[in-house]
Design a protein around this ligand. Structure first.
Ligand SMILES: *[C@@H]1O[C@H](CO)[C@@H](O)[C@H](O)[C@H]1NC(C)=O
Ligand SMILES: *[C@@H]1O[C@H](CO)[C@@H](O)[C@H](O)[C@H]1NC(C)=O
Length: 526
């Protein structure tokens, strides 16, 4: 899940002249029928801390998210991941849900402290934790489902936080590398698709800038978040190179990274200040991690300038890449993992460059006609995804793209939202933009992953925001899962490999279309 760096910036709707973003293409919102390429990967995703529970059982070590959610005031309503969806015990049911959907792929993450309780190899391996993932992987394979495994989805061992200061300290790259190597060694005979990290921008921004995520460090100078990103990029490259040299010829898999990417448009495209502010936003959101790995190995100018400024003001050490770092990081991914949810409109705000933070130089807003999810940052802007995919193709050497997350939240309301029209409309239109990106723009999109298989622990929002294709009753100790309307809809898309002319799913799209419009109008009136 994505979190904005600028959570403190109020999301207000654009005022003044209304510009219809991107409407110069009159066919922009047309629905395109058609099938996805053969072998296209349909998947759903989850993450260890968000679903597993079993936070302190069978030898698992504490993670920074255990500590954070147990600290009063950090998570809405005091919710924790102590039990979550109880997937530590109910993974068999999860696999059954996937089988019912007709899914052939599943993206989940390993909990580092479940495998290395104190984060290090020296601290010993927790065999019960290893056995859990072996059972899950074997159950998936027995049901014809290919695992796609994220090594790090935010649950850092608390011991590494305490001894080293977590990602602020480059020394933990070595521990991450040991953990990744152990995972390749232990599970790589069966796991062929790996993601080193999930959304570095979100956990470096949330954990070390706004402080709204674990470990809760607030540092608006941006130094801490930049340090975090730096360590992560090095750790990522170390893991990729080890896979490349030691495991690839034996296991034949692929290793990528999942980046959270936003699309953005200037509020007034004729106003140079707004255009420039949009570029700053894109340098941060789009290029901070993508350019070093998929581009020329350098940080984008805005990040470089910020580092320079911090260096001269504070006599900082580190934070720049050596030539060796650059060549190690550049090209260190077999595919480009994209987590995408929404689009922003960006307006410039005049600041005093000498004293003020770059993050105060822009304002992110939305258009009044964009439907909003329960999450206050999530607006449905399907065409933004197509533009983002085209951007990746044009700027990063036309890589293979795996969409590793995309999804929509509803509230935790009674009765629960089971006929989840908002989510169905979101998936229908976003997935169609992927089809357009493939067929009209020639982007090499290989996979689409819906976030999420089921409702789960939504970080600082606890259980107040529900992203699942399946409803989970968190007040029932059995945590029963029930498919929502979107689960049926997604399974029809999978069965048809898209929206082929004349198929049932296409009829469903036609039926939904007016509902989606109505939905939009309803949202507009809120
Ligand atoms: C983990 O445990 C080992 C063995 O007791 C110890 O040497 C090491 O310092 C510990 N590491 C951390 C990060 O606590
Ligand atoms: C959730 O579970 C509780 C406890 O079993 C039950 O009282 C409640 O009706 C359930 N809610 C829904 C929406 O099924």
């Amino acid at each position: 899940m994505l979190i904005f760096l600028t959570l403190s910036v109020l999301l207000t709707t654009a005022c003044g002249a209304v510009y219809d973003y991107g409407a110069y293409d009159s066919t922009r919102d047309d629905f395109r029928l058609g099938r996805f390429p053969d072998g296209f990967i349909w998947s759903t995703a989850t993450a260890s801390y968000q679903i597993e529970g079993g936070w302190d059982v069978d030898g698992k070590g504490e993670s920074i998210w255990d500590r954070f959610s147990h600290t009063p005031g950090k998570v809405q309503r005091g919710d924790t991941g102590d039990v979550a969806c109880d997937s530590y015990n109910k993974y068999g049911e999860d696999v059954q849900l996937m089988t019912d959907l007709g899914l052939k792929y599943y993206r989940f993450s390993l909990s580092w402290p479940r495998i290395f309780p104190n984060g290090t190899l020296a601290g010993g391996v927790n065999q019960d934790g290893v056995n859990y993932y072996n059972r899950l992987i074997d159950e998936l394979l027995a049901n014809g489902i290919t695992p796609m495994v994220t090594l790090y989805h935010w649950d850092l061992p608390q011991a590494l936080e305490e001894m080293y200061g977590g990602w602020l300290n480059e020394e933990i790259a070595e521990h991450y590398h040991n953990y990744a190597t152990f995972a390749f060694q232990t599970f790589g005979d069966r796991v062929k698709l790996w993601l080193t990290f999930n959304e570095p921008l979100s956990f470096c921004g949330g954990g070390y800038l706004t402080g709204q995520h674990a470990p809760g460090i607030q540092d608006w100078t941006t130094e801490s978040s930049l340090r975090c990103g730096h360590t992560v990029l090095k750790a990522h490259a170390m893991a990729w190179h080890t896979y490349d040299t030691t495991f690839r010829h034996l296991q034949g898999g692929k290793v990528g990274i999942a980046l959270s990417l936003l699309w953005a448009e200037p509020r007034d495209p004729d106003l140079p200040a707004d255009v420039q502010a949009t570029d700053i936003v894109l340098q941060i959101y789009q290029r901070w991690f993508a350019r070093p790995i998929f581009g020329d190995g350098e940080y984008p100018p805005v990040i470089q300038q910020t580092i320079q400024k911090l260096r001269s003001a504070k006599k900082l050490e580190g934070l720049g890449f050596s030539d060796e770092d650059k060549s190690s990081i550049r090209g260190s991914a077999d595919f480009f993992g994209v987590n995408h949810y929404t689009t922003s409109i960006v307006a410039s705000k005049p600041i005093d460059i000498q004293t003020q933070n770059l993050l105060e130089s822009f304002e992110q807003t939305s258009a009044p006609e964009w439907p909003r999810a329960e999450s206050d940052w999530l607006f449905a802007v399907p065409w933004g995804l197509r533009r983002l995919l085209k951007y990746i193709k044009d700027n990063y050497g036309d890589p293979e793209v795996y969409i590793t997350e995309n999804g929509w939240s509803d509230g935790d309301v009674q009765p629960p939202v089971m006929e989840d029209t908002g989510r169905v409309c979101y998936y229908m239109t976003y997935i169609d933009e992927v089809l357009k990106a493939i067929e009209k723009d020639g982007v090499k999109v290989r996979a689409y992953t819906a976030w999420s298989l089921m409702d789960n622990f939504e970080w600082a929002r606890g259980y107040t925001e529900r992203f699942g294709l399946h409803y989970v009753n968190f007040t029932d100790p059995n945590r029963p899962r029930t498919p929502k309307q979107s689960a049926k809809f997604y399974s029809d898309i999978i069965a048809n490999n898209g929206f082929p002319e004349g198929s049932e799913v296409t009829k469903m799209v036609r039926d939904m279309w007016s509902k989606c419009r109505t939905h939009k109008i309803l949202k507009d009136e809120l």
